[in-house]
Design a protein around this ligand. Structure first.
Ligand SMILES: [Zn+2]
Length: 212
């Protein structure tokens, strides 16, 4: 599997193109998808699905345009549907552009298949209630949205956020993956499970102190 990253949209959200042979999926199109479409065309890739880790506005700006250009279905978290009814999902506050409404289908947690290989859709609530992680075990790659960043974690002060849930999601669903698994976050650089187990201050401190 190849992974290409494009930081797009007003918050420079990481949009990923994961590809295998001639197929591709896009994770979190958070802005104008023009560079993504150019990448697909230049590499002869057909987009099969648009996957969304969570329904915050900066992860979905490009959904409508990308779906219109490719006919790929948008799959996202059912438990974040409520966010699309307010400005956290649809933007339009503090100078942020509004998100163009888009059609989507719920993606249930569990084992499924994309790009001809298994994909475990992991429920990883905390940043939002519905936040999903897309783990491709054969490729040792996981797309974690805003759950965990290199040496940091996602915000939990938005409606529906929960620090307790976030810490449990990381401990139970991310730190239990093989150490070499690449973690691709919604913002900033990629990291690995091993690196974060060792160096993420939110876990090294909490876990050594009282195993929260
Ligand atoms: Zn977010």
């Amino acid at each position: 599997m190849k992974v290409a990253v494009f930081s797009i949209g007003p918050l420079q959200t990481n949009c990923f193109v994961a590809s295998q042979d001639e197929g591709a999926v896009v994770v979190d199109p958070g802005g104008d998808p023009a560079p993504v479409l150019r990448h697909l065309k230049a590499n002869g890739l057909g987009l099969t699905h648009i996957l969304v880790t969570h329904f915050h506005f900066d992860h979905v700006y490009g959904c409508r345009a990308l779906a219109a250009a490719t006919s790929a279905p948008i799959l996202g978290p059912q438990d974040d549907a409520f966010l699309l009814e307010n400005e956290l999902g649809m933007g339009g506050f503090m100078g942020t552009p509004r998100v163009e409404p888009f059609d989507w289908q719920p993606l249930a947690p569990g084992r499924t298949e994309f790009l001809g290989q298994p994909c475990d859709v992991l429920p990883t609530p905390g940043h939002t209630p519905g936040s999903l992680t897309f783990h491709f075990p054969d490729a040792a790659v996981a797309f974690v949205g805003d759950l965990i960043f290199r040496q940091s974690i996602g915000r939990t002060d938005f409606p529906g956020g929960s620090l307790e849930d976030l810490l449990a999601s990381v401990r139970e669903r991310i730190f239990t993956l093989p150490g070499e698994t690449a973690l691709h976050s919604g913002h900033g650089p990629a990291t690995t499970v091993h690196e974060e187990r060792l160096h993420n201050p939110f876990f090294t401190q909490f876990m050594s102190r009282n195993d929260l």
